[in-house]
Design a protein around this ligand. Structure first.
Ligand SMILES: Cc1cc2nc3c(=O)[nH]c(=O)nc-3n(C[C@H](O)[C@H](O)[C@H](O)COP(=O)(O)O)c2cc1C
Length: 174
């Protein structure tokens, strides 16, 4: 199995969380790759057995291009890929205290385009234990991925990542 780990990041927190995800998944996953280094072409996603995407939110309250990273320029192209049945999971970095009304909003935007490509979305997480007031990334009562808050709740990061990776091992058949 080759699960590709891809991230966008402005200040390195999302990259750091990807390193934790990689160390949990070991040889089942690739070394995390910055999506600013894939030449604007996401077609390599079709070659992976599954994909884990990590995305921060920087453009607060926006409908489009919420991440403020190279992910924003890939969204339309991701939507045009054929990823039918491929398991895809999303991890979103955000700040529940500083941006409580828009917590990890960018996850939902990425989720929408992968769903359009036919991917099988996995890695949904309960909102229990998160202190926020609004998030576009809550779908049918659950986060459409794993929220990680290195700004206000970093003490929970290790446990959240470990638990999520064990969920992914089961949902992705690793
Ligand atoms: C100007 C600015 C805007 C932000 N907007 C949001 C936001 O709307 N929602 C959110 O959850 N976090 C928001 N954040 C927090 C970042 O998403 C968080 O710091 C994240 O860990 C950054 O990841 P990176 O270091 O990988 O770029 C914002 C931070 C800054 C400085």
């Amino acid at each position: 199995m080759a699960i590709g780990i891809y991230f966008g990041s402005q200040t390195g927190k999302t990259e750091m969380v990807c390193a934790k995800i990689k160390s949990e998944l070991g040889d089942a996953a690739t070394d995390p790759k910055d999506v600013s280094e894939i030449g604007g072409d996401p077609s390599q996603f079709t070659e992976m057995d599954g994909i884990i995407c990590a995305i921060p939110t920087w453009n607060t309250g926006e409908e489009q291009n919420r991440s403020g990273t190279a992910w924003d320029d890939l969204l339309e192209k991701i939507g045009e890929l054929d990823l039918k049945g491929k398991p895809v999971a999303i991890c979103g970095l955000g700040d529940a205290a500083g941006y409580a009304d828009n917590f990890v909003d960018a996850m939902e935007e990425l989720h929408r385009y992968f769903e359009k490509a036919g991917a099988k979305m996995v890695g949904y997480v309960s909102t229990d234990g998160y202190n926020f007031t609004g998030s576009k990334s809550v779908i049918n009562g659950k986060f459409c991925g794993l929220p990680v808050d290195e700004d206000s709740e970093s003490e929970h990061t290790d446990d959240r990542v470990t638990q999520w990776c064990s969920q992914l091992k089961s949902e992705m058949g690793l």
